[in-house]
Write a protein of this length. Sequence first.
Length: 350
Amino acid sequence: MSKTQTPVSLAKNDTALPAVAVLMLSYNQQDFVEACLESLAAVNYPNMKIWVLDDGSNDDTAARIRNFVAGSSRQITFIEQENSGGHVSGNLQKLLDTSHGDYIMFMSGDDLLGPAFPLQRMVGFLQHNQETAFVLPRAIPFATNPAAPLQNIYLRGMLSTLESGEPQRMLDEHLHVQVSRINLQGMVVRRDTTDQIDGFDTELIADDYAFSMRKFSEMARTGMRFHFDPEAVWLYRIHDANVHRVSRRQFALVAEVVAKYVPPEHWATFRWDTMSLNTLEDWHWARQKVEDLFGPDQTSKIINRFANASIKAARRRGDTSILYNFAKLKELNLKHRVHAMLSIIPSFFA
């Protein structure tokens, strides 16, 4: 922590506290949304207002939000709309344009803030460190199904990069190298610095991924910093309806952001997540998507790098079906096809 970055507490007088707008999206989260709202309502920060947008849920989500709003002492504005087709960036921009407040905090209806979430301390840090654009909390995954595997959010070396507070280092060591592990949930950001990048890129599917790319690039350009608060925790809920489990959507989301915001010199070495594309139809679709976004000269390199990671993941899962599909894919180079075929062999002796 630099000498100018000193965490402090704000006065507890409500009128002395800067206004915080919490922006929360919901969609088909009836089993989780009340717990999320309860975690927000429990935050010890009086000058906070919550804006919730439900994207046309077809379950009981909207009704449960309405009931919570009716019984809560918190100021909550609830917006209901017809389904946008999963246009999350546009929905967040709508909340951004509708809300008001000196600072913004983001949340998703299936996640939670941790106990005693230190919003007052985070805002105090920003108030007294004007060169800091936002404060990031620490993400802790938890599963609705105790047997479900948990995602390793902070990969090797990432905590050190987060603790540095240096946006250029975050770009060089993380965002230009692999799929982002920076999430919006629990992030507290100055509204004026969000306005500087015109909010969200509504031309893309992605919300937090594209926002992070643009935000860190802007900070590096202007000399601003960020602050990581490991004692501020948000809980990332792993469940079967997580939007990132929709394989084609997730692939398109990542590919769009990489093509638009990762410099081309990093494309050939970029580390893709092992998103599950389990059929030949999915793979032919993905290859066409890559060619459309990156051009034919880059397609083979990118699709083979993605396949390499996916084959390793399928082997760990024991997923012989996708391994067999990989082995047959003529678009992949011989090395990866052989790798896939050899990965099937142990299953015959299991």
